[in-house]
Ligand binder design. Sequence first.
Ligand code: AMP
Length: 186
Amino acid sequence: MRVIFIGPPGAGKGTQAEKMVAKYKLAHLSTGDMLRAARDAKTEIGVEAEKYMSSGQLVPDDVIIGVISERLKQPDCAAGCLLDGFPRTTAQAEALDKMLAENASKLDVVLELRVPDEELYKRLSGRGRADDKPEVIKERLVAYNNQTSPLLDYYGKKGLLKTVDGLGTVDDIFIRIEKILDEYAV
Ligand code: AMP
């Protein structure tokens, strides 16, 4: 199964993604993790990406599309994958549609983890990552609301979107996710 996981920074996506890939045996494609690894390894892409990441902005579409298209070709993606943090713009979603069509594969479901903005601010202020400074958090939420949230409509129109309430305990939220994904699991 192929799943896209969408949610604002601080929604608890990382924790739920770990549980999903373990239960459903999916390759975990987190573009944030890929970019942080590239940054730490000081590759050309990593150095370029850091300029945007450190201020809470999205890295340019062509950079991230290049990274993900290489990753999708890896054999572990064939059995199923969780796209976590990609796509984040309409241009990225269109590029993904093209990549999947070229492989004669398709998405099963797009999960949105929904958490109100006030709750996100509260949670993010307690995290301590370098891009979790208040002004960077604000920028990341602005990027989500302006650039990523249009994808909800994009996938809603395709009939692929399922929204999960992101308030509650980790286990409560995972039960909600399982109710949706069990339907697509083979
Ligand atoms: P994340 O861990 O998913 O919140 O990603 C951390 C940072 O990496 C984001 O704030 C962006 O700067 C960058 N990033 C991750 N995924 C993408 C993407 N699909 N498009 C653009 N930038 C991204």
